[in-house]
Structures are given as C-alpha cells and as structure tokens.
Design a protein around this ligand. Sequence first.
Ligand code: SF4
Length: 735
Amino acid sequence: MTAVDSTKTLCPYCGVGCGLEVLPSPQFDQAGSGQELSGQSWKVRGDRAHPSSQGMVCVKGATVAEALNRDRLLYPMIRDSLNDKFRRASWDQALELITARIQTVRSTQGSDGVCMYGSGQLQTEDYYIAQKLLKGCLGTNNFDSNSRLCMSSTVAGYVQSLGSDGPPCCYEDLELTDCVFLIGTNAAECHPISFNRLQKHHKKNPHVKMVVVDPRRTKTAEDADLHLAIHPGTDIDLLNGIAHLLLRWDCVDADFIANHTEGFSEFQEVIQHYSPDVVAERCGISMSDLETAARWWAESNRVLSLWSMGVSQSSEGTAKVRAIINLHLMTGQIGKVGAGPFSLTGQPNAMGGREAGGLCNLLPGYRHVKFLEQRAEVEQFWGVPAGQISSNWGRTAWDIITGLETDEVGLLWIVATNPAVSLPDLERVKAALWRSPFTIQQDAYYPTETAKFAHVLLPAAQWGEKTGTMTNSERTVTLCQAFCLPPGEARPDWEIIAEVGCRLGFADKFPFISSAEVFAEYVQLTQGRVCDMSGLSHDRLRQEGPLQWPCPKEESGIKVAENLAPIPDQSLPKAAKPAKRLYTDHQFSSADGRARFSADHSRGLAEPPDAAYPFVLTTGRLYGHWHTQTRTGRIEKIRRMHPNPFLEIHPRDAAKIGVEDHSIIEVRSRRGVARFPAKVTTAIAPGTVFVPIHWGELWADQAEANAMTHERSCPDSKQPELKACAVQLTPIAIE
Ligand code: SF4
C-alpha cells in the first residue's frame, strides 16, 4: 500500500455517516522491542470539519483501519462445485466464466434468471453501475440489497405518506427539538454519534423531553425521561393511542390538516377505537405513562421522532412508519426546525442505494419501476430500447431464496454482504444457497459464511482503497477518498460490474475511466427529483466538503457530463429547493402537494407466542459490532469488548425455566435452534428474550439469531419481521 498525507473520508459502518481523517502511522512490535514492523498501518481520527459528526467517532470508526490488512481476499478464485477446493484464477478467467454463465442463463431462462444481491456498504457509484447493468442492459429488475432487511418499510412509508422517500430532517434538529420520541431504535449503541448530539442537548436543557419506546431497557432507554416498554408488536396501538388523546384534547393543527393533508376523517374513524384503557392494556404500559407521552407531544413546540429497525423490521413495518408520520401531520410537526419524522438509517450508504435505485422496485432518482413515464425517462437516459425496464418488481432478498428453491434463479451474484448469516430462517437459506447452480461472491474478506456457497470469489477493494460517495441519514453526501491501494488484485466493485457489462456486449454503456465519471452521469438522473444532486461532483465535494441534497445544478452553477442526453423537462416533477430540511413550504412530493394520513389498525406480530412457543425472541445490535462481524470480528479491541453471544432473559422467566446467569439455554423456533449463555436481567420484559445478531458460524457454534427468525414480511415493503418470532426455551445441562 502506498502512503499519502491525511485523507478525508467517511466511516464505512453506520448511517450516521461520521467524517474521518486518516493518516499513515508506523506500526511497532507489540512485544515491546521498539522494532518498526513492515506493512502500512493507519491512524484514524474524527474529521472536525464534517458537519454531521463534528469530529466525533465511536469505537467502530476509530478502529476501522485495523481490519484493512486482515483476511483479505486477494485474487479471484473459482471452483466447479461446492465440494471442490477453490483454485486461483486470473481476472480474465473469472470474468469470462461469469460472462459465459450469464449468457447461458439468459438464453435458457431469460434475464430474470440472473440476480444480484448487494449491500448498503457499496458506494453510490457501485450501486449505479449495478442498476445500469441489471435493469438497463440485461432488462431484469433482479437487483435487491440488504437494505430490504433494514429500512425498506421506511422507504415505503415516506412514499405513501409524503409522496417520496427522503428523511425530511437533519442532525441539527437533534439539538433544536423540545421533545423527542425514539421508537424502536437503540440509538445510543447503534447510532452513537447522532445520539451523543441529542444526549448533550437533552442534558443541557431540562425542558427537553425524551421518550423511548422499546420492549428492552436499552442504553438509550436509560437516558429517557419516560421509557414505554411496550409488548413487541404493539407500536401501532401505542401510536394510535397517542393520536386518540391528541384528538380528544383538541391538540391538533386544524389549519395544517385542512391545507396540506388528505385522509384525516378516515384516520379519525380508526383512532376512536384506541382509547387509553384499551391501548394501555394491549401495550402492557400504564395509562398514566401513555397520557404523559401524549401530553409531552401536545405541549412541545418542536417534536422530533426517530426510529430504525425496531419499527421497520416488522410484518407491518410500513404501517408503523405511516402511524408515526400521522402524529406529525395531525400536529403540524413537520417541515420546521427541530421537528419531523426522522428515520435513522442502518448502513453507511443505504440512503445512497435508495437514491440510485438499489432495490428491486426502484430506479435511480427515487423512481419506481411501476410508473411508465419514470421507466421511460431512465430508458431514454441510458439509451436502451423503450420497454426494456420491466414494470414488475424484481426479486426481493427473500424472493431470491425462493427462486433458488424452485430453480428459477440460475445465477446469483452477491456483493459486499453475508446472507448466510443475515437473512431470516437460515436453515432454509443455506439449503437454497447450496442448490444454487452458480453463485459469485464479491467481497473484501475471506472466509465469510457465504463464501462456503460460492463458485467464484471476486476480491473487492473496500473502504480506503476506492473513491466514491455515500449519503448518510441526514442526506449529506460525502466523498469517501481512497488513501491506499487495494491489496493483491482487488478492484472497486463498480469496475468489476462494468467490466462484465462490457464483456456482455454493452461497452458503450460503460465508458467510465473513474468513479468521478460514473457519479457525473448518475447525478443527471436525479435532476428535478426530490433527491436532486445534479449540482454535486467529486471535485466539488473534494473542494467544499460534504453537502446535503437537494443540491440542484442550477443553484450550484456546476456543469456535469454534458455529453449525455438531458432528461426532457416536461417529464419531471418540479425541482426541489436546496435546504437542510424538506417540506418547509408544506408542499409535499405527491402529485397534489398534500401529505396523506393513513388509517391502519394494528395487526400485531406475524408469529405471536402460544402454548408451544411461549416466548417472543427479539434481536438487535451491540455497540461495537457491525452486522455479521465480517470486519469487526477481525478487530481485536471489538472482539474483547463483545467476546460472546448471549441471551437476555427476565429473572422471573429465568426462575420459571430454572436457569441462572451463564446457564446455557437452547432456543427453538418452528424453523431452527441455537444455544446461548443466559444473561439474567430486568432490562428485558417478562415473556420476551433478546439475542444479538452478530454471530454466524465463523465466530461461534450454534449462536445464529436468524436460525430462529421467519421470513413473513410487510405487504408494502416486503421487509421480513426479523425483530420478533415465537420460541421455546430449554435449559441445557453442561457435563
Ligand atoms: Fe462510524 Fe456510525 Fe460510529 Fe459514526 S457512529 S463512527 S458512522 S459506526
């Protein structure tokens, strides 16, 4: 690797999107000889100039460089069957093999036999090239990403309620709010730097109220003025119950409702059924706590709500998001400073992926495959035949698995993600992956649990080794600059995918010699859309630092990629204005400019507990680890911080089944089984148990949270209910 001076980049873990500065650092022998070791190492510190994080970093960001040189996949590897050993191949051999297999699948099964499954770890340029190849050139919408498991309910909720995806708020609102509701989000551990900003504001200003809604007493809940430990699956009951009280007390913004919304009377009809006694009973909270929460909402000038996976990983995830937005609409708490519905995105570039169309129902620029004019805009821009882009959803993450089961998927290309740990119902997933006729895994690391199911391994450049952009939860786009060369023969993801496109005969669609050129083409497709970033370029981001969208070309005066066909103006919605916040003029993104109330009754859990499986298992993340540990499992400090998986169980339940702290408990659902040491704690409510998601086969025996979870999903977003399933618990005697 080649050293350079301090480089500004972005943390590649969570959606907070903290700015980092990286400097070369000599590495010394740990045994104390004072000997400088060969090989480059890097010092990472927070970038004080980054507007989102202001110099702060958590343990993940601070240690990320330690995994750059560990267990890297250095060369393409291939094998004929999963029972064979991998053998090294040249890039030419590997890409020829992939190209030939894609052609075979297309000629025998059609393009829909090809699937790519990506990740919020990818940069926007990677995402864009993948969309162009799959959706534009091959004519299949079969690109989905692990954002399907993360925040796809939020995407659907924003679109249905506000007319478009896109969080309307910014991090500054964390420091300007009077009352914050954190619903289904353990931000203190999972979005620690955003939470730091909120926590400081909360501590400094005694009038600021913090309400946390979570079945667990998380670190976030420990800071709350009010913790509503609701039963899993009762979020909509709670939210409708608060709406009921606001209406009963006449604490609604009648002008806002009349002038900027639709559907209030249907909503009124629904919430009349959510009286405080009914809601308190269903949620397992007291009526006075419910009333306190509603009163704080009613009395505060600025109300902000934050949520993440606890809301969206649900079989009614989209309805939950809509229920949160309902509260903001009925009180006019949106489009103003310190207020609004604000999703906290999980992954570093899940937002960029959404903007680039990186789900199987989306197209670049927050377009949807179901709209003819939006497909036509993209087809025309890409120069592909009219009708090339299908109006049907492609395969979602779970549909890829069922497609493997039914032999409808002939080739699966997995990029920067580890589905053999992260998908629900793992036994079924592994069986499906095992029968896959041809699987490519493109990743920076080896081994991973998913590599076991691959026929081809492609070494990918990762954070610090490639330059591209990422968008964080507050719509800030940061240029993530390379500061070293990739090891071995690893290459940037976009380059690999583009080269396959060229070999398949689409060289004219992939003329790019740098990721800056890819970005310059991509941003044109956002012009006039809510997520307009046509005023951005790599050069501008390098010179001016991170910038939020909307950032239209007109305002910036920047000209981009003029050799490409402009999108006809008449097909575009009106241009968004550059702003920290969306909808400050209360003109929403729907055709009539109005937001929509939704009238949803709670349906509860897809798999409620019963006599045979009497406990609810809920899952979540820990402060130090990231997802399936592909990177953090290789960082000593984080492994020491979280050495083992565990199961949180309430003392009453522990006594009932006869276990103590550290006893081994077997957890069995209708789909699978795992074992965990018990952590007996009142932080979890009776009847519910919690396990972290981070441990796959590589890091522990029989401790996979997703061995037990199920695939039943939200009808709107197709996001599986990873947060809750019914289980039975059995103590295991250790001999
Ligand atoms: Fe990275 Fe998220 Fe930690 Fe910031 S809060 S340093 S983005 S993991």
